[in-house]
Design a protein. Structure first.
Length: 365
């Protein structure tokens, strides 16, 4: 069976490289071995993503993040949390420096417009070049806007290639409250949304509260996506999308990236307690979420990959039948077995995200 090109719309590559100290140019087994003795994070020795595995799985295009929160007093959230906006901004610049170093090595290439997108897709369609010799394309996104010291920093980020951003992440945010919180955008967040519209950026609704989601849908007339979200009907937590939210996203032409965090796939899973194997959480569980969205849409045009793999978790919180991100190719057989057609597989693997970008970037500023 031929392998399809894959577009994954959410990977925290730079966070893993800088804060987890993972050399993502190295083989996955080597990365795991080097940190087996470390106990500072739950996912040590259990990572699933590196550049060789992306190429092995034909994951040739990703949305790669900058991620750096500002902590509220007394907060102790894991991963990229800082005590001031200036510190958070500095971390995003360290992450940017890593992306630039990977570009210099020829490991990755940044995509900021349709011309570059088309050239990259042509390269990955060239069968005379081995996949392991091709750079992975990346579109830069900011997950949570805390690190933008003020609105002028959005323009600085746009100048270095930032093309998507989500106002919220976890907990209280400077621009919007996020996962496990309630409430609308802050006044600063409303200003951010308006400024993103002037730049024609993609707004990511992921991690917004229910109030923030509705507010953004009303305020923003630019391109909107949900980079990594599952379905609240299946996993009834505030982090996932309601049917009404899904309908609104479909009406706006959005694509919803399915995520492979077991916590977002199966309501029985408890962070740092449950075992994916004992609960039999498999790759196929995600298809239940895709099915639900496809039934609402009446087609397969609004679901895709936004895996969030190695997003502060590893194999201990991923489907048990997945060893690395290269196993995304297993979805070809899974989807066909579930009654999807080859056309649907191509939509989910890459065509939906690419269509979205063509529409979003069609009138570039």
């Amino acid at each position: 069976m031929n392998r399809h090109f894959i577009f994954d719309a959410h990977l925290d590559l730079a966070m893993n490289a800088i804060e987890w100290n993972r050399d993502l140019t190295r083989p996955l087994d080597e990365i795991r071995l080097r940190e087996m003795h470390l106990k500072d994070k739950n996912d040590r020795g259990k990572g699933t993503v590196c550049l060789p595995e992306l190429r092995k799985g034909k994951v040739g295009l990703v949305v790669a993040t900058q991620l750096s929160r500002v902590n509220a007093a007394g907060s102790a959230l894991p991963g990229s949390s800082w005590n001031s906006p200036q510190q958070a901004w500095a971390m995003t610049q360290a992450q940017l420096a890593w992306y630039r170093e990977m570009e210099a090595l020829g490991e990755i290439v940044q995509i900021i417009n349709l011309q570059q997108l088309d050239a990259h897709l042509q390269l990955w369609n060239d069968e005379t070049i081995a996949d392991d010799k091709k750079p992975v394309g990346y579109i830069l996104s900011l997950e949570g806007a805390d690190s933008l010291v003020d609105i002028t920093y959005l323009h600085k980020a746009y100048a270095y290639g930032l093309r998507a951003a989500g106002p919220a992440h976890f907990a209280h945010g400077r621009y919007a409250p996020g996962t496990k919180m309630e409430g609308p955008l802050t006044p600063r967040g409303i200003e951010l949304v308006k400024e993103m519209g002037k730049l024609g950026m993609i707004l990511d609704v992921t991690h917004l509260t229910d109030e923030g989601f509705i507010q953004v849908m009303d305020l923003y007339d630019g391109p909107i996506w949900a980079s990594h979200h599952n379905v609240r009907k299946i996993v009834p937590t505030q982090r996932q999308l309601t049917d009404e939210q899904i309908k609104l996203l479909i009406e706006r032409g959005a694509v919803i990236g399915g995520m492979l965090d077991c916590w977002a796939m199966d309501n029985r899973f408890i962070d740092a307690v449950s075992d994916p194997w004992q609960l039999n959480i498999r790759l196929e569980n995600l298809v239940d979420h895709w099915d639900h969205i496809c039934q609402i849409a009446g087609n397969s045009s609004h679901v895709a990959f936004g895996t969030d793999l190695d997003g502060n978790f590893g194999t201990e919180q991923s489907p048990w039948d997945m060893n690395s991100i290269a196993d995304l190719q297993k979805y070809h057989e899974i989807l066909l077995r579930r009654g999807y057609k080859e056309e649907d597989v191509e939509n989910i693997f890459h065509k939906n995200w690419i269509r979205f970008l063509r529409e979003a970037w069609g009138n570039e500023r």
